[in-house]
Design a protein around this ligand. Structure first.
Ligand code: C2E
Ligand code: MG
Ligand code: MG
Length: 732
């Protein structure tokens, strides 16, 4: 850089430059030159007018001016406009203080427009002959300031992120001791910051979950994962337990070693209870707390997978409450609901912890049994369930017995598919109910075929009435003493368009499964009542006619009304009608049966106990029921192996009937020998193929004629040989 001397403000560059060649000036700055060249500071000398007299290389670089350009430059133009006024004022005051100095920080703008920070000390050195101007010694602090600004904003950012964060945060050292916590953290655990700093996290960790922290700490120190997330329980200072989701991050130093840990925590207590509650609601039946269908299906699929992997048997038990509807109707839904809950409790008592209990719907429950050694265990469990159910329930002062039936479907490790298992259990359940309720039936594949044909048959049956496929047939009832036809049993017939005759033993139970039974029952009554005006009695009196009733028909509240209307419509004397119910139906609920029989009796209609001797009637019940007729079951009439014992029973039944004044009718007499045997024990009435099967109304006239022309039994002869009846029966 060349030297020049500016004398006062207002002097301009070219003028100054002129002087640069001045050897005097050059000499004047020689000393400064040496110092300036080696200095890392910005060194500039200004004249009175603020023009540059000298600038060292650092200054040239700083101001982006070459030596030639630099000298004579108006320093004022280099100062940032915003700082200009302040700096000029300070320099003017410095002018007046020879030897004085000022310290100043300012921004300059280089010719290319770059803003730089300069910190300087300016000294009034006019009196110094080696300088003769203002000596400016400055430092480029641009970078330093920028760093500082950055630091400040970094700290601020950190402060906001930590102190003012709504999310709880904790810093710990390598021993997991707390270095700092933010306000949100203090609030979450209910401790003050001072109580926490210096402690380790066990102060607020739920005792059982300390291991979780230790494990995470160990892994963090081992550098296994730079970040871990886990859930543990905290115990707040007030003792309340909360569930917290914790994220741990490791801060590493320049050497790559862990320095400290940063935790951010989230209280998920409410969230968790809500999800738990929601999922519980989505997967459980609210009334009983048992699993619902979808959870059950899920468990079943898993059980199946486990059985395939590890072997072992599993089973689905479908439990259906017998006549639960009755409970609801009689005691109301509140008790009905309580009963369901009580049943669920009993199931829980029987079930093992690995079993899944499910409320399948209304009054049906499912049990999934796993890890059985064999299929047979399932039946044992089902029977235990029925045993457990057998004890009476006491709810709100009412005690009642609730029976159940169970269908069981077993799967073994080779089972391909379990999706039809519930359906199989359902088929077995149907079978259990068909066999008389209160039973356990285990599914076998043949039941499936039956179920399928049953289903299509039920469909056909529902249309049978309107398609005119149903009819009534009549089987004569004979006075065994003289061979006269005194009455008829009406039996229903179904002529299926493809299958031909379907026996009532098949279609009546099917109809009982739906309300179809009521339609069929009404049909039977109507047709029988109408026929009563046309059915002849061989001795000229009006015959009596029996109509069979199924269990549901018997309990139907509309029954008396239905009977009354049928009789009135066809103007038939009520005492000619007998309704047949089986012994077991009558005994199911003896009190109710008595009431129904009583009501029918006021109409004049009698009841006959069908299939008598097959149930386990107690004699005292029989006396109470006082049926008008008893029909002795075919198994007594045609015993598989006649024996003195069966003869004795038959005799006793007949004796009892006579004592009670009940009409005794033997069913299914096929041979003269059977006839004679019955006569030998004084049975008065009977029916059977020996005389005729049930025939259509149109055939009855012919039948009566045939029976009187060629009776199967010669009563004139028999009357003479009465004393030898028993003897004849044995000889036949
Ligand atoms: P049930 O009331 O005990 O009827 C007697 C059954 O024995 C009838 O069978 C009848 O045809 C048959 N039978 C009569 N005499 C003899 C004989 O000498 N030998 C043999 N082996 N069998 C004889 P069916 O008609 O097949 O009826 C079967 C069952 O279906 C009836 O048993 C009854 O419980 C039910 N049923 C029939 N019709 C009706 C009806 O209209 N309503 C209801 N609810 N059930 C009916
Ligand atoms: Mg009958
Ligand atoms: Mg019968």
């Amino acid at each position: 850089m060349d030297h020049s001397e500016g004398e006062g403000r207002g002097e301009r560059g070219p003028h100054v430059a002129h002087r640069l060649s001045d050897p005097v000036v050059a000499e004047r700055f020689a000393a400064l030159e040496t110092v300036g060249h080696n200095s890392s500071d910005v060194i500039v000398v200004l004249n009175h007018g603020g023009f540059v007299l000298y600038g060292n290389p650092v200054a040239q670089q700083f101001f982006e001016l070459s030596a030639e350009e630099g000298v004579g430059t108006d320093a004022l133009g280099l100062i940032h406009p915003e700082d200009r006024e302040r700096v000029v004022e300070r320099f003017l005051s410095l002018m007046e203080r020879p030897g004085g100095s000022i310290r100043e920080a300012l921004r300059i703008v280089t010719p290319s427009g770059v803003v730089k920070d300069l910190e300087l000390v300016a000294t009034n050195s006019f009196d110094n002959p080696a300088i003769g101007g203002i000596l400016v010694n400055g430092q480029d602090v641009t970078q330093r300031n920028r760093d500082q600004r950055e630091l400040v904003s970094l700290a601020e950012r950190f402060r906001v992120a930590f102190a003012e964060n709504m999310a709880p945060m904790t810093f710990t050292d390598l021993e997991d001791r707390i270095i700092d916590v933010n306000d949100a953290m203090c609030e979450m655990v209910g401790y003050a910051r001072e109580e926490l700093v210096g402690q380790d996290s066990t102060i607020f960790t739920y005792t059982e979950d300390v291991g979780i922290t230790e494990e995470s700490h160990r892994r963090a120190l081992a550098g296994e994962t730079p970040q871990t997330r886990y859930v543990k329980r905290y115990r707040r200072k007030d003792g309340r337990i909360i569930t917290v989701e914790v994220s741990r991050a490791t801060a590493v130093g320049p050497d790559g070693q862990p320095q400290y840990f940063v935790f951010s925590e989230r209280d998920v207590t409410e969230e968790r209870t809500m999800t738990a509650e929601l999922s519980k609601r989505a997967l459980h039946d609210p009334l009983t707390g048992l699993a619902n269908r979808s959870l059950f299906e899920d468990r079943l699929a898993h059980a199946h997978a486990r059985a395939r992997r590890h072997g072992g048997y599993g089973a689905v038990l479908l439990i259906d409450l017998d006549d639960f509807k009755g409970v609801n109707d009689t005691y109301g839904h509140v008790i009905g609901d309580e009963l369901l809950a009580a049943i669920a409790d009993r199931l829980r008592r029987v079930a093992r912890s690995t079993d899944t209990l499910c409320r399948f719907g209304g009054d049906e429950f499912l049990v999934l049994v796993e890890e059985m050694a064999g299929g047979g265990e399932a039946r044992a469990i089902a029977e235990r369930i029925l045993e457990e159910m057998a004890a009476p329930f006491s709810l709100r002062g009412t005690t009642f017995v609730q029976r159940a039936s169970v269908g069981v479907a077993v799967f073994d490790p080779s089972a391909e598919d379990v999706s039809t298992l519930v359906q199989s259990a359902d088929i077995a359940l149907y079978e259990a109910k068909r066999q008389g309720r209160g039973r356990v039936v285990v599914f076998t594949p043949s039941m499936h075929l039956e179920a399928v044909s049953r289903f299509t048959l039920a469909q056909d049956l529902s249309r049978a009435l309107e398609r005119d496929e149903m009819s009534m047939a009549f089987q004569p009832i004979i006075d065994l003493a003289n061979g006269e036809v005194v009455g008829y049993e009406s039996l229903m017939r179904w002529r299926h368009p493809e299958r031909g005759a379907v026996p009532p033993d098949v279609f009546i139970p099917l109809a009982e499964q739906s309300n179809l039974i009521y339609d069929l029952g009404a049909f039977a009554l109507r047709v029988a009542a109408e026929a009563m005006n046309r059915l002849p009695r061989s001795d000229g009196y009006p015959p009596y006619v029996t109509v069979n009733l199924s269990a549901r028909q018997f309990h139907d509240r509309n029954l008396p009304d239905l009977v009354r209307r049928a009789l009135r419509l066809h103007d038939v004397a009520p005492h000619r009608l007998l309704l047949e119910i089986t012994e077991s139906v009558a005994l199911e609920d003896i009190t109710e049966s008595l009431a129904i029989i009583e009501e029918l009796a006021t109409l004049g209609v009698g009841v006959a106990l069908d299939d008598f001797g097959t149930g386990f009637s107690s004699l005292s019940y029989l006396v109470q029921l006082r049926p008008r007729a008893i029909k002795i079951d075919q198994s007594f009439v045609r015993p598989a192996a006649p024996s003195p014992q069966s003869d004795a029973i038959l005799e006793l039944i007949l004796l009892l009937g006579r004592k009670l004044g009940v009409m005794m009718i033997a069913e299914g007499i096929e041979t003269p020998a059977q006839y004679h045997r019955l006569r030998g024990v004084n049975c008065r009435y009977g029916q059977g193929f020996l005389w005729s099967p049930a025939v259509g109304l149109d055939e009855v006239e012919d039948l009566i004629t045939r029976l009187s022309e060629s009776p199967p039994i010669d009563h004139s002869r028999r009357r003479r040989g009465r004393m030898n009846e028993r003897h004849v029966a044995e000889a036949d």
